[in-house]
Design a protein around this ligand. Structure first.
Ligand SMILES: Cc1cc2nc3c(=O)[nH]c(=O)nc-3n(C[C@H](O)[C@H](O)[C@H](O)COP(=O)(O)OP(=O)(O)OC[C@H]3O[C@@H](n4cnc5c(N)ncnc54)[C@H](O)[C@@H]3O)c2cc1C
Length: 458
């Protein structure tokens, strides 16, 4: 090995590239892996996440649930090996509704989840039911599957902080959150222990010889650098499409801009032990009559009187005395070009807080005088059906790990595991083809895309 050769060059040290380097070097024994990034590792999108994970995904087939179960297996394995350095919990995702018409849908989704592999269904329709809430910390010994609670007394007993008119809950159990930064640093350290080199610079060109990858040209901090290599991995996050173009490959991906709000919940509106909690009904933001009249007169604010889509969600963040809660609401799904620094709707924090107060009424106490809110975020880089890409590109020696959308921390390990298996020729699981770029060449798959349904985005 010399500084100017590598077995594999990975472009991008976000969670995708770091996981790829870790799986290649530490789990698949590939030597001479070089990780190139023009920014510090994990600093573009991967440190903006809400850091949650779930094996709770819709169909149309089992691939997404199978992939997430594999990713969570790998995360749990790493957590066990490291004394849970990235503080993985298993609090679950708690979906809530006040609409009685949605209850049959919860039951149908629960059955569908069981069929797809998320785990068994437990229905709790009476106050004497044996529903067991999740512990705040740790992930061992907890059930998978879902609990569907339709008994009002049981809902009140376990979740008295939810809106009083909540009629049903769906508690998906192989879900929770962890520290994404700790996870990333843990994988990066392990990768570096196995010889992975980090190069600070921008990948500017990928050279091919006889139709296969032969070298990568980098504008490195120390000056131009060319690394001869037979393999190149595009892990460029929101720039995955631009980097693929260096090889003449067009990727079917686009970006949506999304943000999270962090605020100090000094009034304790949300219990510190709460699960990730999601309101599945559309919401009209609460305004006083006076505010409503004012907004109606201002064309640029009138949208605030419209109905917002379902899906406002939030969770407590941080251990010990932390008062922080995180809120996310992906109501704006307009595709955009990724540009940095990212700017967000100045009204986003207020919209998210008002929306959240529909589900957790104690948040209303903040509405008269908004608390200081910290808003950050980035781009969900997505394929049309919201399934990631992990596998070969149509240039020999080139691969992609990307389009990790709003679930890149939770899926990083399975995506990297698949990528490393493609690179090394290791056996692939039967559902690996669901994440290859090649899937779009299949007319059957194209037809399926037309009637896809729920993409699983929250
Ligand atoms: C608000 C929000 C909430 C989220 N919540 C969750 C969540 O709860 N759970 C979850 O699992 N996921 C969540 N996500 C999604 C997750 O953060 C992303 O899927 C993930 O971070 C994407 O990782 P990445 O490595 O693909 O991209 P990035 O982290 O953006 O990394 C890409 C890297 O490539 C580098 N790069 C690009 N082009 C070049 C080049 N030419 N040369 C050198 N380097 C280059 C960039 O500098 C960058 O460092 C959330 C995202 C957002 C925005």
């Amino acid at each position: 090995m010399s500084a100017r050769t590598a077995e594999v060059v990975v472009c991008g040290a976000g969670i995708a590239g770091v996981a790829a380097a870790y799986h290649l070097a530490a789990r698949h024994g590939v030597r001479d892996v070089v990780l190139v990034d023009e920014r510090p590792p994990l600093s573009l999108t991967s440190d903006k996440s809400a850091e949650c994970y779930r094996n709770w995904w819709p169909g149309p087939d089992e691939a997404m649930v199978a992939a997430m179960n594999r990713s969570i297996d790998l995360l749990e394995e790493l957590a066990r090996e490291t004394d849970n350095v990235f503080r993985m919990n298993r609090r679950g995702y708690l979906f809530a509704t006040a609409d009685p018409a949605r209850v049959p849908d919860y039951l149908r989704r629960a059955e569908e989840g069981a069929r797809l592999g998320s785990g068994p269904v437990r229905i709790h329709a009476g106050a004497a039911s044996d529903y067991r809430p999740a512990p705040a910390d740790g992930f061992e010994g907890e059930p998978a599957g879902v609990d569907v609670i339709t008994d009002a007394a049981l809902i009140r007993r376990h979740f008295p902080w939810l809106a009083a008119d909540t009629v049903a809950l769906l508690h998906a159990r192989r879900c929770g959150w962890f520290s994404g930064q700790q996870l990333g640093m843990c994988m990066l350290e392990r990768a570096r222990d196995k010889g992975v080199r980090l190069v600070e610079g921008r990948v500017e060109a990928v050279e091919t010889t006889g139709g296969r990858v032969s070298a990568v040209r980098i504008a490195a901090r120390e000056g131009p650098l060319t690394i001869a290599t037979p393999r190149f991995v595009d892990a460029a996050g929101p720039f995955v499409k631009d980097v693929a173009r260096l090889l003449g490959v067009e990727l079917p991906v686009f970006c949506e801009r999304h943000a999270k709000v962090a605020l100090n919940d000094a009034l304790g509106a949300m219990p510190r032990s709460a699960p990730m909690t999601i309101w599945t009904d559309p919401v009209r933001l609460p305004w006083s009559d006076e505010e409503r009249a004012e907004l109606a007169l201002a064309p640029e604010h009138r949208r605030l009187l419209d109905e917002f889509p379902a899906g406002v969600h939030g969770r407590p963040e941080g251990a010990g005395d932390s008062p922080v809660v995180l809120l996310v609401w992906t109501y704006d799904v307009e595709p955009v070009e990724p540009t940095f620094p990212v700017s967000f709707d100045p009204a986003y924090a207020e919209i998210a807080l008002r929306g959240m107060s529909r589900m957790v009424p104690a948040f209303e106490r903040y509405l008269a005088r908004l608390p200081r809110c910290f808003v950050d975020g980035g781009y969900y880089t997505k394929t049309r059906e919201n399934r990631f890409l992990a596998g070969p590109l149509p240039v020999e020696g080139a691969y992609v790990i990307g389009a990790l959308s709003g679930y890149g921390l939770m899926s990083s390990n399975v995506a990297a595991d698949l990528l490393a298996a493609h690179v090394t020729g290791a056996p692939l699981p039967p559902w690996a083809s669901a994440f290859r770029l090649e899937r779009y060449e299949d007319p059957g798959y194209q037809a399926l895309l037309e009637r896809w349904g729920d993409s699983g985005q929250l």
